[in-house]
Design a protein around this ligand. Structure first.
Ligand SMILES: [Zn+2]
Length: 417
């Protein structure tokens, strides 16, 4: 069972598990249990050329080295029926991604059956902690089933594949619907949860798509008040679903943040407090940017390599950005030329890259380009990895500080970064 508070972190090159775990130890020292989950998608493994078992080794080694006695998990991130196989042995958390099946036609008989079985949801529902009753029409019920039932049936297939391999109670199932164009409303979320319960999936976390833009590695863009309203309704819908649909009591929202959604962290924290709710905060691969910051900070060969990576990423920016086109907004005119960057000091490089939104030198275009540029470092292979190893201390400090101060403390402790 996943604990109430958990944080998903990425570690593209499998060198920072200890530094990341130190952030959870710091949380524990501040009086709060935040369970670490290491997430890595099939796409990431393919780009890096790594196997899921390497994540297991890194996590187990870190837990042993730091004497971490609480649970920790390995998330097979955004897996499907086609990709789940290689994650069955090493992982114990599965983000079942069915976004591609949203909107696909479900069997007409299945839809009728669902609408009939859940007809009592149509009408006014009083959600816990929400003053205004939730209104669901029978059209909402049918339209939501038409749009999502096929995807949920697929989630059931993936779930049963994992269940057959691992056995009940030996893994955390999540269903994710975030990588799609349109946000799901709280009404849709409630109906989706009913269908997930009917499918027999014992989900512990669900990742809807929220309103607003969740670009990779940079802050949230959207209406903060609307986000907070919807987030509260989502949390209330989950509490209702636990009470009425027989879903696991620890079911909670999984926020696939794409990292660094600093401006919504206070709203998430307030809502968690108000509803006494848990949350899983999934951050993406910004740990790799902390590696670059640490290398740049170390000067010498580290700084030279960080500059070389920028130059390579700059000259291949179109191909690097293509797979992430919907989740990045780079302004080409804001990207410094590699010649300019080659003359930078450590301080200039780190202050352009480090995510301090109001700092004058911070450059979100450069940050986003480097964020998707991990393929460049992957291609360097041992050259990159050996510099990570020789600069382990300075990089580790950046990784821990970033995860604790900029993510864990604001979300789980309500402290500003
Ligand atoms: Zn996601």
């Amino acid at each position: 069972m996943l604990g109430k508070y958990s944080v998903g972190t990425g570690d593209r090159f499998a060198h920072q598990a200890k530094a990341q775990l130190k952030a959870c130890i710091q949380a524990l020292d501040s009086g709060i249990e935040v369970i670490p989950v290491w997430n890595k998608s099939n796409r990431e493994h393919n780009i890096i050329g790594s196997e899921p078992s390497s994540v297991r080794t890194a996590a187990d080694d870190a837990a042993r080295a730091l004497d971490w006695r609480l649970p920790y998990f390995l998330d097979a991130d955004h897996i499907t029926l086609e990709t789940v196989g290689r994650f069955l042995a090493p992982c114990d958390f599965y983000t079942i991604d069915v976004a591609d099946f949203i909107g696909q036609p479900a069997d007409a008989a299945d839809i009728d059956e669902f609408v009939a079985r859940r007809s009592s949801l149509a009408g006014k529902i009083q959600l816990p902690g929400i003053d205004v009753p939730f209104e669901i029409s029978s059209d909402d019920l049918r339209h939501t089933a038409q749009k999502f039932l096929a995807a949920i049936k697929i989630a059931g297939q993936v779930y049963r594949t994992i269940l057959a391999a691992k056995g009940e109670g030996n893994f955390v199932p999540e269903v994710s619907m975030d990588e799609t164009d349109r946000a799901q409303s709280p009404v849709e979320l409630l109906i989706i949860l009913a269908a997930i319960a009917d499918e027999g999936i014992t989900i512990q976390t669900i990742a809807p798509k929220f309103s607003g833009r969740f670009n990779k590695g940079v802050d949230y863009v959207g209406d903060l008040a609307q986000f907070e309203r919807e987030f509260a309704l989502d949390v209330a819908a989950i509490q209702y679903a636990v009470a009425h649909f027989g879903l696991p009591a620890n079911l909670k929202l999984s926020v696939h943040s794409g990292s660094d959604k600093f401006s919504i962290y206070p709203a998430i924290h307030r809502t968690m407090k108000k509803f006494d709710a848990g949350v899983h905060l999934k951050t993406a691969g910004t740990t790799w940017l902390e590696e670059l910051i640490g290398l740049a900070e170390s000067g010498g060969a580290g700084l030279a390599l960080a500059k070389e990576i920028y130059a390579e990423a700059f000259s291949h920016r179109e191909e690097l950005c293509a797979p992430y086109a919907t989740v990045i907004d780079i302004v080409p005119a804001r990207l410094p030329s590699p010649t300019e960057v080659s003359a930078w000091t450590s301080e200039q490089y780190t202050s352009a890259l480090r995510h301090v939104p109001n700092a004058p030198a911070y450059n979100s275009s450069l940050r986003q380009l480097l964020h998707v540029g991990f393929k460049v470092a992957a291609k360097m292979g041992p050259r990159y990895l050996s510099l990570l190893e020789s600069n382990e201390t300075i990089i580790g400090l950046n990784v821990t500080e970033n995860l604790y101060n900029r993510h864990i403390a604001p979300v789980f402790l309500g402290r500003n970064a």
